[in-house]
Design a protein around this ligand. Structure first.
Ligand code: CA
Length: 323
């Protein structure tokens, strides 16, 4: 940790990634949330992808349905013994009838109080439908937003007999996302899977190694090791960028204290990797951070990150002088 900033970004202005759409304002991953993010001016719209029982890639963050849909009321008998309703237990035809709503925490209150509280017939869409939606918006507005797609939990899917990565890569290719200049990133927490996507599946998109904490159990990947300079050089053999958690880049040790920077951004840049941390939320700031602009100043001006996942893309664009 140090208070001295990292070296500057290697190239280009930072990119603004609408995390699950304009999810600060509308339920995550709905098409209205994607349309609003596009209209606000986000550079990239994020898709998390999981598979249905019949192997359809759908845009959905969780492996389970109950926090952001009405599945508990619609399909009470389909709950597993562990208390969850799994996406992978439903065919797409069934999933497409669920109503998507803002995330609910234990006890039934909004997970982010103050966000969109209405219950409306918003739906889960396939990855293909979302890519068509983005293509249509890019054409009708004349402003090209890119896509930033994540393969969720490949090992979980394989244990259930499904293999998401080839389906995701093929679907992206069908919409013209084939190479590094096609306006798409493909991200995954699982380092082995990302290397497989590059070398076995022959994917030429920009690949992003997401970096979590080992106790999140996202995959077998050892994130403590990946965050070292040697680990980052290994990532650079197959990936173009990393997506760390904001506290991997900068922390505030106490209220009112100066930000403390890690060497992660400098080490990543030295390895040739861009850095796109997650996630700026105006209603859930990093611990002890004073306000959103203090966080963005530390990330963009202090650490020199190359992009940011944000639930509030307008606030990030405004910080960057683009709104
Ligand atoms: Ca994601």
């Amino acid at each position: 940790m140090s208070t001295s900033p990292s070296r500057p970004r290697p190239s280009g202005p930072p990119i603004v990634i609408a995390h699950r759409g304009a999810s600060g304002y509308l339920p995550e991953h709905t098409l209205v949330a994607k349309a609003y993010a596009h209209a606000l001016g986000a550079d990239f719209l994020e898709q998390d992808v999981v598979l249905t029982r019949d192997g359809v890639p759908v845009v959905f963050h969780d492996l389970v349905l109950e926090e952001v849909t009405d599945v508990a009321e619609r399909f009470p008998a389909r709950r597993r013994a562990d208390g969850h309703w799994y996406v992978i237990d439903f065919d797409y035809r069934e999933l497409s009838t669920l109503a998507v709503r803002e995330r609910i925490a234990a006890g039934g209150a909004l997970a982010y109080p103050g966000r969109f509280a209405e219950r409306l017939p918003l739906r889960i869409q396939t990855l293909a439908d979302e890519l068509a939606f983005v293509r249509g918006l890019n054409a009708s507005t004349g402003r090209r937003a890119g896509v930033y797609t994540e393969v969720k939990s490949p090992a979980f899917h394989r244990a259930a007999g499904l293999d998401p990565s080839p389906l995701v890569v093929r679907t992206l290719a069908q919409f013209g996302y084939r190479g590094r200049d096609d306006g798409a990133y493909l991200q995954c927490f699982d380092a082995g899977e990302l290397a497989r996507i590059r070398f076995e599946l022959g994917c030429d998109l920009k690949l992003v190694q997401l970096i979590g904490e080992n106790d999140w159990n996202e995959s077998d990947t050892d994130y403590d090791d990946l965050r070292t300079a040697a680990g980052l050089r290994r990532i650079a053999a197959f990936a173009d960028a990393i997506g760390p958690w904001i506290p991997h880049v900068v922390r505030w040790p106490a209220a009112g204290a100066a930000p403390q920077f890690t060497s992660l951004v400098a080490d990543a840049h030295a390895a040739g990797l861009a850095v796109h941390p997650y996630t700026l939320r105006l209603d859930q700031l990093p611990e002890h951070a004073r306000d959103a602009d203090a966080v963005q100043r530390a990330l963009f001006d202090g650490a020199g990150v190359d992009g940011l996942f944000t639930d509030f893309c307008d606030a990030t664009l405004r910080f960057l002088g683009r709104r």
